[in-house]
Design a protein around this ligand. Sequence first.
Ligand SMILES: [Zn+2]
Length: 382
Amino acid sequence: MTAASDNLTLRLLREVLSCPSVTPEDKGCQNLISGFLIDAGFESETICRGKTDNLYCWYGSAGPLFLFAGHTDVVPPGCGWNTDPFAPTEVDGNLVARGAQDMKTSDVCFAAAAKQFVKNFPNFKGRIALLLTSDEEGDGKDGTAFAIEELKKKGIQPDFCIVGEPTCSKELGDTIKNGRRGSCNCRVTIYGEQGHVAYPLKVENPIHTASKIISKLAQTQWDQGCEGFPSTSFQVSNITAGTGAVNIVPGSCSFVFNLRYNPATSGQEIENKANGIIKEFAENSDISWEHSAFPFKTEGKELTGCLEKAISKVQDIKPALSTTGGTSDARFISRWCSEVVEFGPVNNLIHKANESIPLKDIPKLTEIYYQTLVNLFSVSSK
Ligand SMILES: [Zn+2]
């Protein structure tokens, strides 16, 4: 990468960070990135639904397909900012703006790497594509999941994918995510018999029943974990009951719990086991489940090896492989592409006020993505 191309990357990043693209709005980010790539011979297509914009940009017509997946939407700024969150500002060697870590910097760095790569190796044997969505931080219905279905109809299927979410913990290059846990939520309402607290024989207290259920669910050992993953975790996130009065046993009690699970367990097994525990204590109850992510672990090693080699070259460290953290669009992509990993900048300020990216990491991240393409397509480095 040259100083001139680094300047162009920074200019594009500043423009993209200036777009107030609070989910599910894109506010022109994808247009800026596609314009930058079309200049270098990429083709592009928009796949929109509802308020969501999805962009698919590609170069090359045959051979293995490498996909970069990212999102241009950001979470709302919230309060506590010292600068305008949508006016990127340099402070002490960092570029401060909403989306600086999660994840406009990766989007732009990858676009810059891909542009440089096709300029240096216009006849490489393979294809490079970017899939950007503006609906990752929201419910995701019209985002990557929908775009994948549309791309599948055209026979498009990537062989390798990097999702550019911020994965590093202390230093750029220290962590690659090669899997994620599954996640499901369950909403339960227990019905009892409302009445006066002074007449225990005339009431059936649903809070007492709920507490027995929660206690048993919390003590349950769901599984033993599996290679690279901890055992399944259970947490209650909400509990609601009572009228506010001190002398009424309420008629119902509702609670919500979440389970994060590993690939050794299925969502259905978890659901069956939990339903059994709830029904054991409460015949009269409503239970509803939502499965927001299925777990995955990338078994392929080809892309991971190319990325590790690129990181060692640029940063001189060996990245750790990790499956921790929340969900990302990799949950959809892993069912479409056999080797998907996540790699992006340090994530210590995501969703916080004064989110920022070290300026020095911008050319380094670009170079890591570039060297990954060099390794993957086996061209000799320029
Ligand atoms: Zn993100």
